[in-house]
Design a protein around this ligand. Structure first.
Ligand code: NAD
Length: 333
């Protein structure tokens, strides 16, 4: 039987996930958690969601007593992920949480501990970890087809609109472009190189101090150093549009993806030619795979668990520290 999922936060990405889940063989949307009664009504009509499976932000702890919901997919503003995950874990349900899993590594660790204690899974919405072209490059690197790889470049950005949105409010976002889109380059550097970084350096640029207030980063360039001697050179920005490119250089070959992390189709090539793996709607594939992880104990090629989310947040913490101090920051791995 399928994993029965309630979505918390019926915003733009929640809507995309709900649509994609309609084509999932392994996951089924059975509940909603929202502060907006009119949205709940709309979703009930569209997805045949029973009245008893509808909750708001005050009463969702009662999900504990609902046998028709196995997992809650948290798709709310970043700063809410931590308190909401703790409540869902306490209610004894599995948690799927959007990226960034929290707004710092300390919160991420608390979420991992809470889910462990409650004996529920904690998975982070890293949809690229299931994407076929991405996985093909990882396979090539693992099997030595690229030779020794010493360089990754990751460019992640888009131009952000409405200055009043939560993404530009530190209270809700925890930061700026880095939390939202730069995290793709951090995560990509780690899965493409297959190592954990040991140091970071970073430089910030701000062109608009009214729009990007204190604590909300606009553009940050950063560099990561890895134990093998490999380096990653990355850019995270809210002021350059359609910036979405990964490049991996090895002694025997290369791989590049552009777009690398958008909703797809992902496009790319290597020294051997064009990548031709099929495009599958990322969120459909992700829900199938996450259901298999939760229900069947399947092990993904690239982890999507809470510990994986904490690794990215530790790097983000260090990047912000590097920007602030102007110093190279050592990472504890
Ligand atoms: P959104 O603004 O479209 O939706 C957020 C939802 O949270 C809204 O429905 C809003 O009503 C609700 N909400 C609940 N409490 C709120 C509060 N106190 N303040 C503001 N809104 C509140 O945002 P989104 O684009 O859907 O992003 C939601 C999360 O999903 C973010 O963490 C984001 O990083 C993540 N996301 C992931 C991907 C991906 O590809 N994995 C893509 C987009 C967004």
């Amino acid at each position: 039987s399928a994993l029965r999922v309630a979505i918390m936060g019926l915003g733009s990405y929640g809507t995309r996930v709900a649509e994609a889940m309609q084509s999932s063989k392994m996951a089924k949307l059975t509940g909603v958690i929202s502060g907006t009664p009119s949205k709940i009504k709309e979703w009930q009509g569209k997805y045949k969601i029973a009245e008893k499976n509808c909750y708001n932000y005050e009463n969702f702890d009662q999900i504990k007593n609902n046998p028709d919901i196995d997992a809650v997919y948290i798709i709310t503003p970043n700063a809410l992920h931590h308190p909401q995950t703790l409540r869902v874990a306490k209610a004894g349900k599995h948690v799927i949480c959007e990226k960034p899993m929290a707004i710092n590594a300390q919160q991420g660790k608390e979420m991992v501990d809470a889910c462990k204690k409650a004996n529920v899974h904690l998975l982070v919405g890293y949809r690229m970890h299931f994407e076929p072209k991405t996985l093909e490059i990882i396979r090539m690197r693992k099997e030595g087809e690229l030779g020794k790889v010493l360089f990754f470049q990751g460019l992640s950005g888009f131009t952000i609109g409405d200055p009043s949105q939560w993404r530009l409010n530190k209270q809700l976002s925890g930061g700026g472009a880095m939390m939202d889109i730069g995290i793709y380059s951090i995560n990509g550097a780690r899965y493409m190189l297959g190592e954990e970084p040991i140091w970071v350096t970073a430089q910030e640029t701000k062109t608009d101090r009214a729009k990007f207030k204190e604590g909300v980063d606009e553009t940050i360039q950063f560099q990561l150093g890895f134990p093998s001697g490999a380096m990653a050179s990355c850019l995270s920005t809210y002021t350059m549009n359609n910036l979405d490119r990964f490049f991996l250089n090895g002694y025997k070959g290369f791989a590049e993806l552009q777009p690398a992390t958008g909703y797809g189709p992902i496009l790319g090539r290597t020294h051997k030619g064009e990548l031709t793996q099929p495009h599958i709607t990322h969120q459909t594939l992700q829900m199938d795979e996450m259901a298999a992880i939760i229900l069947q104990g399947k092990k993904p090629v690239v982890p999507v668990d809470g510990a994986e989310g904490v690794k990215d947040l530790s790097i983000i913490d260090a990047i912000y520290q590097a920007v602030k101090t102007g110093k190279k920051i050592d990472l504890k791995v």
